[in-house]
Write a protein that binds this ligand. Structure first.
Ligand SMILES: [Zn+2]
Length: 62
């Protein structure tokens, strides 16, 4: 499917099933949300990366 949403993890070509919503308070206004897409295998690692920096807000289904 050409319109499939693909996981944002480096080198991953799996279809994304999660969206991680995040915000970097140093460069974004508080209500701004950046989005990363993640497959089942990468949601946890991407969430850990963002959480460690205090950026992660929530994960929602695609
Ligand atoms: Zn992935």
């Amino acid at each position: 499917m050409s319109d499939a949403l693909i996981c944002s993890a480096k080198g991953c070509t799996a279809e994304a099933t999660h969206q991680l919503l995040w915000n970097n308070p140093k460069i974004h206004t508080p209500d701004r949300r950046k989005t990363w897409l993640a497959c089942d295998d990468h949601e946890e690692s991407l969430r850990s990366f963002l959480s460690a920096r205090g950026f992660w807000k929530e994960t929602v289904p695609v």
